[in-house]
Write a protein that binds this ligand. Structure first.
Ligand SMILES: Cc1cc2nc3c(=O)[nH]c(=O)nc-3n(C[C@H](O)[C@H](O)[C@H](O)COP(=O)(O)O)c2cc1C
Length: 186
């Protein structure tokens, strides 16, 4: 049984990326699950706070959800052709302290997808994640790609996915990533 945890990089209630994550959870193949975790409640990284108070509770809780899963799915928006600050901030906290980072990230199967109202579907944000995932020594899955462009016409006002082509692509993506995660479990 492959257990994947997914995180949306948007705090917005009507986020396309959070909607994409919810749909992904419904399209998982049998024998695999996708649990939804959140970056909500994670404060801005501040080295003084870390030194004084240690790792915030919201960060510790997210760490444990990742550790208890076999794979990690990042669902990323794109801001100014790169990673949104709130999402990078969450991953930065998760990488602290350095002595604990390998428990969270080293060798962990990771996949990245994303949605944007524009025409390029988070391609540059997904690209920007690569150097972070490399630094954290994760095991990215590269055999699938999902960049949802024109998100405003792909989701309805309730965040339901109305585009059958994207649904099929997302289903294929989750099937491929789940198989990879299962294989990596050995
Ligand atoms: C500061 C900022 C910068 C943005 N830059 C980009 C961008 O470079 N490329 C893009 O496709 N969309 C960009 N957008 C639009 C976002 O893709 C859009 O707000 C999207 O809905 C955010 O994801 P969400 O729906 O999951 O919150 C930007 C939005 C903001 C607020």
């Amino acid at each position: 049984m492959a257990k994947i945890v997914g995180i949306s990089g948007s705090l917005r209630a009507k986020s396309y990326n959070s909607a994409l994550l919810r749909v992904a959870a419904q399209l998982m193949p049998s024998g695999a699950t996708l649990e939804i975790a959140t970056i909500k409640g994670i404060p801005l990284y501040d080295g003084d706070v870390e030194e004084r108070d240690g790792i915030p509770a919201a960060v510790t809780a997210l760490k444990e959800r990742i550790v208890q899963a076999d794979g990690l799915l990042l669902v990323t928006p794109e801001y100014n052709n790169s990673i949104p600050g709130v999402f990078k901030n969450a991953i930065d906290w998760l990488s602290r302290p350095p002595a604990d980072a390998s428990r969270i990230f080293t060798g962990r199967p990771v996949a990245v997808i994303g949605a944007s109202p524009g025409g390029f579907g988070t391609i540059l944000s997904q690209q920007a994640w690569l150097q972070v995932l490399r630094t954290l020594q994760t095991r990215p899955w590269f055999e699938g790609r999902l960049q949802v462009s024109r998100a405003g016409s792909v989701f309805d006002a309730n965040g339901e996915l109305t585009d059958d082509k994207i649904r099929a692509q997302l289903k294929d993506f989750m099937q491929g990533f789940s198989a990879f995660v299962t294989q990596q479990k050995g």
